[in-house]
Ligand binder design. Structure first.
Ligand SMILES: C[S@@+](CC[C@H](N)C(=O)[O-])C[C@H]1O[C@@H](n2cnc3c(N)ncnc32)[C@H](O)[C@@H]1O
Length: 185
């Protein structure tokens, strides 16, 4: 398959991911990208994973009023989809909540949580088994300028080393960068 190149992540996802698909977004924030996915891919089920906590100097995520308000905003923004079961909000660290998603159930995994090498690699490896055969893993902020110490780029390189049959099938050329990998499951 030829590499798909698109100027934005949205165009890349539209070209690569199936309509009516199911997926997980790791790192949701205010739900801007998740909302776009739901409306443009007409998704069947989307898991939203985020702890909605703030990072302080010691790097430990803790509750904060601002993040509580963001979480409340998510419940409000996706209220209809939550009721219908089209959106399942999993509040917690990606390492805590992954067991709530059945293996082999998703068309795509969208990684946009912790952008360190360890955090990004952890999410890629832990959520890979959630994919259906031929599913895609997308990693946002692949561009070195938007991920400190090349965290996401190094994580993707290590992941591809671990799974030599998984192939990079797309990238977006936008500033933050996004890479798409087809998994060999
Ligand atoms: C860059 S923002 C996500 C932006 C969102 N994907 C969008 O494009 O609209 C990163 C989010 O990841 C969350 N996050 C960071 N580390 C996480 C972890 N280990 N588990 C769950 N969420 C995490 C943060 O709380 C933050 O809301």
């Amino acid at each position: 398959m030829n590499m798909i190149e698109q100027p934005t992540r949205e165009l890349l996802e539209l070209q690569l991911l199936p309509q009516n698909s199911s997926g997980v977004e790791i790192g949701v924030l205010r739900g801007t990208h998740a909302r776009w996915m739901i409306e443009n891919l007409h998704t069947s089920t989307v898991y939203l994973v985020d702890h909605w906590k703030s990072y302080f100097r010691d790097g430990v995520p803790r509750e904060s009023r601002k993040r509580e308000a963001q979480y409340a905003g998510i419940l409000n923004r996706f209220a209809a989809e939550i009721v219908s079961g089209a959106v399942i909000v999993l509040r917690g660290s990606s390492s805590e909540v992954h067991t709530k998603i059945p293996d082999g159930s998703l068309n795509w995994v969208y990684v946009d949580g912790l952008h360190t090498y360890e955090g990004c690699l952890y999410d890629m490896e832990t959520y890979r088994p959630k994919l259906l055969s031929g599913g895609h893993m997308l990693v946002h902020d692949y561009n070195a300028k938007t991920s400190p110490a090349n965290g996401t780029k190094r994580a993707v390189a290590e992941y591809l080393h671990n799974h030599p049959k998984d192939i990079v099938v797309g990238n977006s050329m936008e500033y933050s960068g996004e890479i798409a990998i087809r998994c060999s499951l």
